[in-house]
Design a protein around this ligand. Structure first.
Ligand code: ZN
Ligand code: ZN
Ligand code: FE
Length: 761
């Protein structure tokens, strides 16, 4: 019977509401509120109708919006009143009926607290089962081959559920209802331990066997969610150094996995927001402030006051970490900048000389996905590498439009596919210099389009003619657009903040191809997604030998001195270097590139101050220069000047270089020089923002580019800009480095298709 006081309400909910336990959640709150009606999946979310007393429906509406399951993300709720009908109960409509085509695939999610409890409960049938999962946790993106997201189309297709698992899977009130990777020791994947030659080791428990190896200082390769890790006891310096030697990784810091959140503070300062990020379903690596206490091998993160920390996020990792030493180095299994290894046989052949044993299993990884890396700065968690746990959840745009694919840059590459209001960023692909990364890129490009069933009207690439990603774009039979690197950085920042602009953009970066053919990277752009004016840039400096100077900052320092002094000064860093030969090239202008890069300025100052002549990983000199400041900027500054010519401003570099040289000669410490240098840059950027604001009337400043990974510069600049009354836009959802570039390229592509694109002028 329909009572006279009943009403019926229809809710259309869009966002990540499929495959995340949303229907059982709605079922529970509807039944608890005594409501009748139904819920079913639709093209872009779920459709719900509930009928009952209006107070109950109000309560339902509130719970729907605020109490959803942990992995759901509601984008919009559309609520309308419809006429009452006769109904007996609340029902869950079957998946796969009607117009269900556009499902968002959830990311891979860390072990939830319910599964964790079962995993460690000796009376549970999944006690110590390394592949336990449920609707709220487990692998997703890395096991999906195609849509719909259903078990036959995942890498679990080879495992037939036992009757007990089958029952859970079909019960709407069970927390494993439609959990596609549902499995148990009877029916699911299995872990085994192999020795270095690939022979199966006869151990009663593969995980315990691997843990025993770790306690002995051995290197273990283990198959995780998105690829293999290499693990070693982080308190054993000898073992960590052996790993560095075998992996060919000289100094780049390793991340560690800490057994549980309660002991993180023994090693690092961990603020509540950072602790929340560590324990979140995305479970990223968080760069915490290293306390530098004993307990950790010095070779884990040399020269770094931050330590990359994560918690065990898969049941396999948790079991290992319970049995093994409490802090393990946990690093992607790859060589230098190659993609992470995912396949068992590939692991044995490529990591044979590195790992002493292999903890593997028979659930295939269909998509590579590295760990994500984040840092908390100025009160927000910020992505440095957006990958596992976040991909392929969309970045929500405030406007829809045509399908566009963007190919990203050359380093830290990601792709972006725009579909409707969703910006779908690929996982971290890496540096496009090697064949493996190239294959990974092609696979990701194809997979994005295939998975989300979207064919682009336009492919956007970087202006650099030599990038692999540019070459790939030009080979596709789709119209293309090349966009300037720093314009893409600016657009990326605007898109994730859902701001139209215009804004003053401080684009501080390593390398980006400029519209004049020189290398840009310290740019003040005034404009928006459609177009921007190059209002100011750093004074161009010579880079002798081009890219060699990036890896050997002493060469760069010579270039900066050459431009800044009429008589070359003698400095300690030049000793034992073939300086004469480099100066000859500079004098003749042979093989010399001009750059306005801010990243290179850091490298040059680091080399001039005697910090380091050569680097073994990207950004090393700049990172160490920042650490030398010990978290503070000075009060004094070096000479900084702006010069205007024909409406375009130049931020002079040579006066800064001359002052740095003076400071070195006066015996200033590296710490003092670094503090002064950071303060100088902040003052310079405040000054130029003021000029841009006077000229344009704009009071919003957007920050993007790889240099903003520098915590000291970022936090100081944000604070000072805000104190000066500016609204500051920065990245948090996508990286400020080139990992976020493809998002900016893609939205610029849409402005081009809308006939609004003006580019850089
Ligand atoms: Zn779970
Ligand atoms: Zn089973
Ligand atoms: Fe860049």
């Amino acid at each position: 019977m329909v009572s006279g006081t009943e009403i019926r309400q229809r809710f259309r909910v869009n966002g990540i509401v499929q495959g995340v336990g949303f229907r059982p959640f709605v079922y529970r709150i509807a039944v608890a509120g005594g409501l009748k009606g139904f819920i079913r999946n639709t093209a872009s979310g779920v459709l719900i109708e509930v009928q009952g007393e209006s107070a109950s429906i109000d309560g339902f509406s509130r719970q729907l919006r605020t109490e959803g399951p942990p992995l759901s993300k509601i984008e919009t709720v559309d609520e309308t009143t419809v006429s009452c009908i006769h109904e007996e109960a609340f029902t869950i409509g079957a998946s796969g009926e009607g117009d269900e085509v556009e499902t968002l695939i959830p990311p891979d999610i860390a072990l939830c607290s319910d599964c964790r409890r079962e995993l460690l409960d000796p009376s549970n049938r999944r006690f110590r089962y390394p592949f336990i999962n449920c609707t709220n946790c487990g692998p997703r993106y890395t096991i999906v081959g195609r849509l719909p997201y259903d078990r036959p189309f995942t890498s679990m297709h080879g495992f037939t559920m036992c009757p007990e698992c089958e029952r859970e899977y079909h019960d709407p009130l069970d927390r494993r209802f439609h959990a596609q990777p549902n499995a148990c020791p009877v029916c699911g994947p299995e872990a085994i331990l192999l020795d270095a030659s690939g022979e199966k080791l006869d151990v009663p428990d593969a995980v315990a066997g691997a843990a025993a190896m770790l306690r002995e200082g051995k290197i273990v390769a283990l198959k995780g969610v998105g690829g293999f890790h290499l693990a070693v006891d982080a308190s054993n310096d000898e073992a960590v150094r052996l790993l560095r030697e075998r992996k060919g990784r000289e100094a780049k810091p390793f991340a560690v996995m800490v057994r549980d959140i309660g002991i993180v503070s023994r090693y690092c300062n961990c603020y509540p927001a950072e602790a929340a990020a560590l324990a979140s379903p995305e479970a990223p690596i968080v760069l915490l402030r290293n306390r530098g206490t004993e307990g950790l091998a010095p070779s884990v993160a040399p020269g770094n006051d931050r330590l990359g920390v994560m918690l065990p996020y898969s049941p396999l990792h948790l079991l290992l970490s319970v049995d093994a030493p409490e802090v393990l180095v946990m690093t992607s299994a790859n060589f230098s900048e190659e993609p992470i290894v995912t396949d068992n046989l590939e692991a044995l052949s490529r990591l044979g000389g590195v790992a002493d044993c292999f903890l593997v299993h028979n659930r295939p990884i269909w998509l590579k996905c590295d760990d994500s890396v984040t840092i908390e700065l100025s009160g927000k968690l910020r992505q440095l590498r957006r990958s596992r746990g976040y991909v392929p959840a969309p970045v929500f745009l405030h406007e829809g439009g045509p399908v566009v694919l963007a190919t990203g840059g050359e380093l830290k590459n990601t792709l972006t596919l725009l579909k409707g209001t969703h910006a779908l960023l690929s996982q971290h692909i890496g540096d496009m210099k090697n064949y493996e990364a190239w294959k990974h890129f092609e696979q990701a490009a194809e997979h994005l389009q295939h998975l989300f069933q979207a064919l682009p009207e336009l492919i956007v690439h970087d202006l650099h003619p030599g990038y692999m990603t540019t070459e790939w774009a030009l080979k596709q039979s789709v119209p293309v657009l090349g966009v300037q690197h720093h314009h893409a950085h600016l657009a990326s920042c605007l898109a994730e903040n859902r701001v139209d602009g215009p804004v003053i953009g401080l684009m501080l970066d390593g390398t980006g191809y400029g519209t004049d053919g020189t290398i840009w990277g310290g740019e003040v752009l005034v404009g928006d997604i459609a177009g921007a004016e190059r209002f100011a840039a750093f004074e161009p400096m010579p880079m002798p030998g081009g890219d060699i100077a990036v890896m050997q900052p002493w060469r760069l320092a010579l270039g900066y001195l050459f431009r800044s002094f009429s008589v070359m000064p003698e400095l300690p860093f030049m000793q034992g270097k073939p300086a004469g030969a480099v100066l000859e090239l500079l004098g003749k202008g042979i093989s010399v590139h001009e750059t306005s890069s801010c990243g290179r300025l850091f490298d040059a100052v680091a080399a001039l101050s005697g910090l380091r002549d050569e680097i073994s990983y990207e950004g090393q000199a700049a990172i160490e220069l920042m650490h030398a400041a010990k978290g503070e900027t000075g009060t004094g500054t070096f000479t900084h000047e702006l010069r205007e010519e024909g409406g375009r401003w130049t931020m002079l570099v040579s006066p800064i270089i001359r002052d740095v040289v003076r400071a070195v000669r006066q015996g200033s410490s590296l710490c003092e020089i670094s503090r002064m240098f950071h303060r100088t840059l902040v003052s310079l950027f405040i000054d130029i923002a003021g000029r841009a604001s006077e000229a344009s009337g704009i009071r919003t400043v957007a920050l993007s580019g790889g240099v903003f990974q520098n915590a000291l510069l970022f936090e100081t600049l944000v604070r000072d800009l805000e104190t000066a009354g500016y609204r500051v836009l920065a990245h948090s959802l996508v990286p400020s480095n080139d990992g976020g570039l493809s998002l900016g390229q893609a939205v610029i592509g849409r402005s081009y298709l809308a006939g609004k694109y003006k580019g850089i002028h």
